[in-house]
Ligand binder design. Structure first.
Ligand code: MN
Length: 255
């Protein structure tokens, strides 16, 4: 099984080393094409107004000077053009990608890009509460989480144009309570802090801060599962259509 690895924290991120260790246990045909620098918050953006450069970091191990979407695109259009991967793994992100944060996430968006290309894709993120047990839950639980998903991918049994979003809770591996397959939750809208200051040349600047966002825990969601110490597994689709509103809007335009 050929596996392509990518992320949004950049090829040198600690979580990417975790992903490479996880992937090495799944296959000996592993390729890397990740952003050269951190791209957290890049969402599903493409680099269109400047070239991207390829950096070679070893055998089957590459970085591009672009976004996570660029990295997957480049891998599929160039590096692996005639040998498509059977699976794309994105992560392991330093920080959770839950609820509506998924649309900001470069980690999830890299998996979306693979899904659009018809390739099974899994996004992996590790929630943090403190720095004491970084990636501990991921290291302890990734094999258990990935085994059934990889089996489905091998059987071509995952729904096309979908991806699987996996989040590991912010607890030590031995405190993880289990795995829950749940739906995407939603935060109450608040985008954290906006820091204001003056730069060394006397000009005002504004800087978005990333705090943990407020949310009302809704039952059966990814937010609830991770908050309660479970690994959340959520199948996501790229069809954003709100089907119940189609008839309503069609009616509004009919008169
Ligand atoms: Mn990130």
């Amino acid at each position: 099984m050929r596996i392509l690895l990518t992320n949004d924290d950049g090829i040198h991120a600690p979580g990417f080393a975790v992903l490479e260790r996880i992937a090495a246990k799944l296959s000996d045909d592993v390729w890397v094409c990740a952003p050269s620098e951190e791209q957290s918050g890049a969402g599903h953006s493409l680099t269109l107004h400047q070239p991207i450069r390829l950096q070679e970091h070893g055998e089957r191990r590459f970085a591009v000077t672009g976004t996570p979407t660029d990295a997957v695109n480049f891998a599929l259009r160039k590096l692996l053009l005639d040998q498509r991967p059977d699976l794309v793994l994105s992560g392991v992100n330093a920080g959770e990608n839950l609820g509506d944060d998924i649309t900001y996430s470069g980690t999830a968006s890299a998996a979306m890009e693979a899904a659009l290309a018809g390739i099974p894709a899994i996004a992996l993120s590790q929630a943090f509460r403190n720095r004491g047990h970084r990636f501990d839950a991921t290291e302890g639980w990734a094999a258990r989480v990935l085994a059934p998903l990889v089996a489905l991918a091998k059987d071509h049994a995952l729904a096309r144009r979908t991806l699987v979003n996996v989040n590991f809770p912010a607890v030590p591996a031995e405190e993880v309570k289990g795995i829950r397959v749940v739906r995407q939750g939603f935060h109450d809208y608040s985008r954290g802090s906006l820091v204001e200051g003056t730069d060394p040349r006397g000009k005002r600047y504004y800087w978005f801060g990333l705090q943990s966002f407020e949310h009302t825990l809704d039952h059966g969601t990814d937010l609830e599962a991770v908050a309660e110490g479970y690994v959340s597994v959520t199948p996501l689709q790229l069809d954003l259509t709100h089907y119940p509103a189609i008839d309503q809007l069609a009616g509004a335009f009919a008169s």
